[in-house]
Design a protein around this ligand. Structure first.
Ligand code: OOG
Ligand code: NI
Length: 295
């Protein structure tokens, strides 16, 4: 069941990202929600290495198997990334955002480092899984695709692509989950208001391009915390603090054709769908040093 796979992802993510429980507990203490189950998860995101047997084409097989539909493509030339989003069959489930590093566009030196790890993968690993076995899928998503990298390789990649360095160490760990704010009580149901609440409680927001990322149509507003550092253990036992994962917030406005509907009749179908390249471009930086180093 996809629900079990999503629950496994969320469990690991909550253990690794203290801001998740921190934000949920602050929401409960402030009376915004009764418990964590009442949060609508707008979407979750994964990062991948764009090499032939891996990347989006491999990871997406899991979600396509569970009825997700592939939707729009997004391109990030400066960051050397491509992405797609996937719509769930059941609108109570989160959307999925998968991105991929355009490895072939990196320097020869960076490609050599990445291939030194990814060449351990001889077949598309998702084709070796029984996708109906939720436990097997959960284990796969939380195990190494390649050997633990060296700190030197991590640092060399980081100098050229912070995304590449993130993936070589973190692999398919959940990159973020996203709290839908538009269905929260008045006073907290816009990204602007929710950001005020978050900052009052000491959470640090990504400010790349401004704290609120707004789509050109004005209907998709997003913000994100900056990733906290995790203590990473590299090959040979060397340790360093590197960026882990973060939390995102999304406000999807009601489309003009449906603004006459009463609040209690509104569903996902009446609100702005999909993603926005200009917003995403800045959200990726939630794990970049310029953001994670902010106080
Ligand atoms: C994904 C950044 C983009 C969105 O909602 O547009 C994104 C990432 O950091 O991997 O999450
Ligand atoms: Ni996102």
């Amino acid at each position: 069941m996809i629900k079990e796979i999503l629950a496994g992802l969320m469990l690991r993510y909550r253990e690794r990202v203290p801001d998740v429980s921190g934000i949920i507990n602050a929401m409960i203490a402030e009376g915004i929600i009764k418990n964590a189950d009442s949060i609508e998860n707008d979407h979750i995101a994964f990062r991948t290495m764009g090499v032939p047997l891996l990347g989006i084409q491999s990871l997406e097989k899991i979600f396509l198997h569970y009825g997700y539909q592939k939707r729009d493509a997004y391109h990030f030339p400066a960051k050397k990334l491509d992405a797609y989003w996937y719509a769930p069959a059941d609108t109570r489930l989160p959307r999925i955002f998968l991105s991929e590093l355009r490895v072939q566009d990196l320097s020869a030196a960076a490609q050599r480092i990445i291939h030194a790890y990814t060449r351990e993968v001889k077949v598309d690993p998702v084709t070796q899984l029984n996708l109906d076995d939720a436990t097997a899928v959960d284990t796969f998503l939380h195990s190494g695709l390649w050997r633990t990298p060296t700190l030197a390789d991590f640092q060399a990649l980081s100098a050229e692509s912070e995304y590449a360095a993130w993936v070589i160490y973190n692999r398919y760990y959940l990159n973020h989950f996203t709290i839908s704010v538009h269905n929260l009580p008045a006073g907290y149901n816009t990204v602007a208001q929710f950001n005020t609440f978050l900052e009052k409680h000491g959470f640090i927001l990504n400010d790349a391009g401004g704290k609120i990322k707004i789509s050109p149509d004005g209907n998709l507003l997003q913000s994100a915390t900056v990733a906290k550092k995790i203590l990473a253990t590299f090959a040979g036992g060397e340790q360093a603090e590197i960026a882990g994962s973060y939390v995102e917030f999304a406000e999807r406005k009601v489309l003009p054709a449906f603004t006459h509907l009463p609040q209690d009749q509104l569903t996902r179908a009446h609100r702005r769908e999909g993603f926005e390249a200009g917003n995403a471009d800045k959200i990726f930086e939630s794990t970049y040093n310029a953001q994670t180093g902010r106080k």
